[in-house]
Write a protein that binds this ligand. Sequence first.
Ligand SMILES: NC(=O)c1ccc[n+]([C@@H]2O[C@H](COP(=O)([O-])OP(=O)(O)OC[C@H]3O[C@@H](n4cnc5c(N)ncnc54)[C@H](OP(=O)(O)O)[C@@H]3O)[C@@H](O)[C@H]2O)c1
Length: 305
Amino acid sequence: MKSEMSRIVLGTDWMIAVPNLASWNIVPTKRADAILNGAVEMGINSFDTARIYRSEGVVGRFVRKHPLGRGAFRIISKGGHPSLFWRTPLTRGKLLRQLDDSLRALGTDYIDVYLLHYDDPKVPAQAIAEWSVELLRSGKVHNIGYSNVSLARLKEFRAYLREANVSPWVSNEFNALPVKDGERWKGAQNISRDGTYVDYLREDGLPFLAYSPLGRGGLKKYIDHRLAERKLEDERRISRLISLGQKYSVPLSVIALNYILQTAPNFHAVVGTSRLDHLKENMRALTFQMSEGDRNGLAFSSCSY
Ligand SMILES: NC(=O)c1ccc[n+]([C@@H]2O[C@H](COP(=O)([O-])OP(=O)(O)OC[C@H]3O[C@@H](n4cnc5c(N)ncnc54)[C@H](OP(=O)(O)O)[C@@H]3O)[C@@H](O)[C@H]2O)c1
């Protein structure tokens, strides 16, 4: 499975399905369709969606209609996102219900990689691991995994999953950019500066989906608009990114993505873009390679590589 998922995965959280009032069908915007088609032409076979994104309808419709057929694509979806307005605990029933809702929205009978969108640390790890195995056994998902999960909890999940001979996928934020301290959303995991976590994923070869690899577009924002706000460490990081871009004559997005892809062969970058020219630019990260020294120079100081 690892080798079947493209190293660059297309993020779809912006592809919100628009209801067509004439037919009461959900239709993708033209732009979403253009990006999905362009992505496939450029060699991307994998799409990242989630119950909460409301893009499952768009992705599912695209895959169903595509002449290559369902088997040519890898769909990642996620359930169990905490409620946006009030905190209800994660339960088995909620997860099973959301999975069925996702399958219906996607119009498919299986999901390639199904992730728990956010961990709920109040629920014992054993229970979540057991639900994960139950999902796998149902055949409705081919792989399970965890997004926004701490390293301690991931280790706990793995201890229970090992008994069932199951290896999980993992998805957290990871990028080479200056990151603001603190959580972006409550419970979100940004492991960019957490060398112990990154080393653990590398050494154990767990398939890892790095989301927001361009800092949600923050790379350009930092360079263009935030000059006054930056700390000295951020200044050095941005200068290094700029000089690497100049040295290799590639856009900064290519440096940022290559940093992730070069971290380990089991690392994938989940990129969001609504522009074909940006997507084309991003794909250059697959064929371009920084020297090992340059790549390691971008790693945060806690990382051992
Ligand atoms: N598991 C989770 O909890 C979680 C959380 C967040 C995101 N995600 C997934 O990760 C995907 C990507 O994350 P993201 O959207 O937060 O961050 P991202 O991919 O780091 O950044 C997306 C932004 O970068 C811009 N961009 C893309 N390529 C560019 C290029 N070559 N040059 C300049 N700008 C470029 C895009 O603008 P344009 O549209 O103009 O290209 C967009 O504004 C999401 O779509 C979602 O599927 C998962």
